[in-house]
Design a protein around this ligand. Structure first.
Ligand code: GAL
Length: 417
């Protein structure tokens, strides 16, 4: 075979396997491992595979993603990061500073991301003016989940204020139910704490505390009240809460053993996976005292620099897929979140998602839209870790003093600023 016919053979083989010729591999690190969230992650895997690429799943279990971030750091330090990783909020800037993230500007221009995304979201995805991450969804953290059947049996009323919340908890307790399904893990304690700050300090006070980390706000009487309320709330969780995963806590509601859960709307992924219907089998209420406000948690996939050309193409296809309206619909209907595109048709979404989208837009028009601290949106992971330490220690110590806790909070944050 001469050189020309060898080339012709290669060319014709390539035309026989066009997908294989363009196919690459994407390794994606995430922590979507609960039953419901896995269904959502699988929708992304399927769409990427349909484009001819290989999906290498890099799932690291552990709600809130702390374990996943530790594993990611180890992989990055050894010079072998995955193609994409679930990195969120201000952390994207830190990875960008290390020079490890790939630019997605070409895909973003072609997909008109700047026009499709809320500005606030687009800015978080950019490092030094360039897109380095693609947003997947918008989660709302300040939700209260309710099993209406349990409420009915206990004669309790869905609460709209903190007083009503504790009144409902008393009724549930008296009727023999677990009033509040909780998992004693630092990020879950932090999620509950954040809800109380949002409710008691309001969106502007919340902003001052967590985004500005203003000392006077962190040590204010209102913050003392937050810790005192957290202590009270502790009396309504069951003795087995320590270490429990968030999805097991949701399971207690689904099984009719508990009445309420304070959790972001990824909890809905479990209800959906169990075939339950929003507004009928379960109710989503803005956490009492935070009506009209929205604590956001945006999941995003940051892209790492790769040397293999085919893998780079696969990485770009992954980014394109994430912004695709069909993916935004399938994924978010399974995940419990709302789409990140402003132009998305919401008619096939359930009542909780529709309310979430409405509240998101309304909150964005005023001061009500605030970044979640417990989910890495408001501050660095160091500040987040400092808050978790103080809150979890307080939560686990029945003798802890709210007045001392606020001083510890301010000191712990100052130490990592
Ligand atoms: C959040 C993440 C969500 C969900 C949740 C529970 O931080 O943004 O997508 O996975 O943790 O693990």
């Amino acid at each position: 075979m001469n050189a020309f016919s060898r080339l012709a053979a290669v060319v014709s083989l390539a035309s026989l396997f066009p997908l294989a010729a363009l196919a690459g591999e994407v390794e994606v690190l995430h922590w979507w491992t609960s039953g419901g969230e896995k269904r959502a992650a699988d929708t992304l895997k399927k769409l990427v595979e349909e484009k001819g690429h290989t999906w290498k799943d890099f799932a690291v279990a552990g709600g809130g993603g702390e374990a996943a971030m530790t594993v990611l750091k180890t992989r990055a330090v050894s010079g072998n990061p995955p193609s994409a990783a679930q990195i969120k909020g201000p952390d994207i800037q830190e990875w960008g500073e290390l020079g490890l993230l790939a630019e997605l500007d070409e895909v973003a221009d072609e997909g008109k991301w700047d026009t499709l995304l809320p500005k606030q979201v687009a800015n978080v995805m950019k490092y030094d003016g360039h897109y380095v991450a693609v947003p997947v969804n918008v989660h709302r953290v300040n939700w209260l989940w309710i099993n209406p059947e349990v409420f009915k049996k206990a004669g309790a009323t869905p609460p709209t204020s903190l007083d009503e919340f504790f009144a409902a908890a008393d009724k549930l307790k008296a009727a023999g139910f677990i009033p509040i399904a909780h998992g004693g893990q630092p990020w879950q304690d932090g999620t509950v704490f954040e809800d109380l700050v949002f409710s008691i300090l309001g969106p502007l006070g919340y902003h001052k505390a967590f985004v500005e980390q203003d000392k006077a706000t962190l040590t204010s009487d209102k913050m003392v009240e937050v810790f005192a309320t957290l202590k009270k709330l502790r009396g309504y969780i069951d003795a087995d809460a320590a270490g429990r995963d968030w999805n097991s806590a949701t399971g207690l509601l689904i099984d009719g053993k508990a009445g309420m859960q304070l959790m972001g709307d990824w909890a809905k992924s479990e209800w959906s996976a169990a075939g339950k219907v929003a507004g009928k089998d379960y109710q989503c209420l803005p956490f009492p005292g935070t009506q009209g406000s929205f604590a956001y948690n945006i999941d995003s996939l940051a892209m790492f620099k790769l040397s293999d050309e085919d893998d780079r193409k696969a990485q770009n296809d992954l980014a394109r897929t994430v912004m695709d309206p069909q993916f935004q619909q399938f994924f978010n209907q399974n995940k419990g979140s709302i789409p990140v595109r402003l132009d998305q048709d919401m008619s096939s979404f359930d009542t909780c998602a529709q309310q979430s989208m409405k509240d998101f837009k309304e909150a964005a028009a005023g001061d009500g839209l605030q970044p979640s601290l417990a989910h890495g949106m408001a501050a660095s992971s160091y500040v987040q870790g400092a808050v978790f330490d103080v809150v979890t220690n307080f939560f686990n110590d029945p003798a802890a003093d709210p007045k001392k806790a606020v001083q510890q909070l301010a000191a712990a944050i100052a130490a990592v600023q």
